[in-house]
Design a protein. Sequence first.
Length: 224
Amino acid sequence: MRALIAVNGVIQDYSSLQPLLRDDDYLVAADGGALHWLALGRTPHVVVGDLDSLPADLVESLAAQGVRIERHPREKDQTDIELAIERALRDGADEVLLIGALGGRLDQTLANVLLLAQRNWPASVQLVEGEQIAEVVRGPGALAFGGAPGDLVSLIPLSPTVQGVTYRGLRYPLEEAELSLGSTRAISNEMAEPHASIFIRQGLALVVRTLNYRAEDEGSTEGP
């Protein structure tokens, strides 16, 4: 089962999300993320959080429509998004996509991105922002993905070092490379084939893919 979790961040263009949605998606709202589902013309299956970002009458209306409300105290050790991921996993999700997780407060944006690496989640967890997809690969392990030539692929080390980095199907090759935290060497690579993979032997890295990328949108880019 695929679960989509709407987070209470900024979504600039709702129309860009419509192609992503499937009729059989399990829809979760992390607190105010419920407003995003309503803006998309969808009703969430469950709303999770302390509900401080939703009007009380809206919570009552959703509950009356059969939406499950999982209310947590405001003083808690986990963010609403973390609780929402755990809810989706308990309900049987084997793939989780986060939308609306960026924008707004910088601390929350960074926390939402780094939440992907917080633990070894027992399911695929991706953050989707427009045509950008972020996910974590931890070693020893590999990440395989499809795309079109020219799509951007960036790898950002999250551990002090990421060792044994090997690319397949990307324009600028790496073979058993070692990257350090803060390195920009693996930024702005490109898909060279319809299918590609990244393997790391040891460490933790964030992989961000930008689909349908056009260099003229931001000026030319250089490879790593």
